[in-house]
Design a protein around this ligand. Structure first.
Ligand code: MRU
Length: 357
């Protein structure tokens, strides 16, 4: 039987080859090409160019990136080793600014190494290897939990809508926004899923529609500007999206266009759920205004997916990769610790205590 995209690991550590193995997501759905990345520079470039993408997967990749970077200083004295690790962290952190899972993972790796200070470089490397694999395993477990909580919010036969790709390809497994869909499919819920294509990089069309269809779900692809129509028609009972960073007041940054979907959902009285592993919460950001929003090249809008350029030469382009959905438009935030409701300052503060951050 032919291998499905879901049979591939989104990312893995090849210990023998000392490489991060990823599916090059810029080639999907046309080609499934695995890349073996050995250096910090290759991993930085893969994150920047969205070959590996989605907040949790970026964190997992950066954690493995930190381990591989540490291996580069295998023969060094401890002091030089730590200097090398600090530099690798700053470098990897600079690959993309919005998904806080990136900085969360590299910080956690450096902290793990600090905890083994004085034990010698070989022992610290082993700590780093285990921590990187733990981060990836936790990502899978968290997605499963989000799937269970998410499924408790919907009914058999519901129409669901999602934006961008918060799927298996954005995590180590299951996805966040897609986890309730996959779990529901296993349990015979018979969901009908609408995927926004997600201009300009088409993560919804190229990745979400592809992985859900490969899994055998009933999936319908729509252009972003058709979301209002499917909601008005009564075809959508709940919306699940992922996120890249949640502020302490519940404002949540996700792929550009998400805030518009939330506003539409409120207009039509449809619940709008943000699926957020706790690693996506940035307690140091008071509100969405504190979240850095990545700007990307104009060519992604004017020509990237077209056979020929589709906009006048030299036209000004505004291409923010993310927007912030105000907390007041979010029905609930689904985490591995449970379902959070407004007021989010309080529910997030309680979660912070529980997870000890
Ligand atoms: O630019 P991308 O493709 O990395 O953006 C991805 C998203 O916006 C996802 O919705 C988000 O990272 C959550 S992934 C579980």
């Amino acid at each position: 039987m032919e291998k499905s995209i879901l049979d591939y690991e989104t990312l893995a550590l090849d210990e023998g080859e000392r490489a991060l193995v990823i599916i090059d997501q810029t080639r999907l759905p046309g080609r499934t090409e695995l890349l073996h990345l050995k250096t910090q520079e290759e991993i930085w470039e893969a994150i920047r160019k969205l070959k590996v993408r989605g907040a949790p997967a970026i964190g997992d990749a950066a954690a493995i990136g930190m381990y591989l970077a540490a291996l580069e200083a295998e023969g060094a004295e401890e002091a030089d080793f730590f200097q090398h690790l600090r530099e690798a962290r700053a470098y990897l952190d600079s690959s993309r600014p919005t998904a806080v899972n990136l900085m969360w993972a590299t910080e956690r790796m450096e902290r793990a190494a600090e905890g083994a200070k004085g034990q010698g470089v070989a022992a610290i490397l082993e700590v780093l290897r285990r921590e990187a694999l733990r981060i990836k395993q936790e990502d899978m477990d968290i997605c499963e939990k989000i799937g269970e909580y998410g499924l408790s919010l919907v009914k058999k036969g519901d129409g669901l809508l999602t934006h961008c790709n918060a799927g298996q390809l954005a995590t180590a497994k299951y996805g966040t926004a897609t986890a309730p869909m996959y779990l529901g499919q296993k349990k015979g819920y018979g969901f009908k899923v609408f995927c926004d294509e997600t201009r300009p990089l088409l993560q919804g069309a190229r990745l979400t529609a592809y992985e859900l269809q490969s899994a055998g779900l009933d999936v319908t692809l729509i252009c972003d500007n058709m979301a209002s129509t499917v909601m008005k028609n009564g075809w959508v009972q709940a919306i699940f999206v992922g996120c890249d960073r949640v502020a302490a007041n519940g404002d949540a940054a996700n792929k550009i266009g998400t805030s518009g979907v939330a506003i539409l959902a409120k207009h039509y009285g449809i619940p709008f759920y943000v699926c957020a592993p706790s690693s996506t919460i940035d307690f140091s950001a008071q509100t969405g205004a504190d979240i850095p929003i990545e700007g990307r090249p104009g060519e992604e809008v004017t020509e990237l997916w077209y056979r020929e350029r589709m906009a006048p030469k030299d036209v000004k382009v505004f291409n923010p990769a993310f927007d912030v959905t105000e907390a007041s438009h979010i029905t609930a935030i689904i985490t591995e610790w449970g379902i959070l409701r407004a007021p989010y300052e309080e529910s997030l503060a309680t979660l912070r205590k529980k997870c000890g951050r």
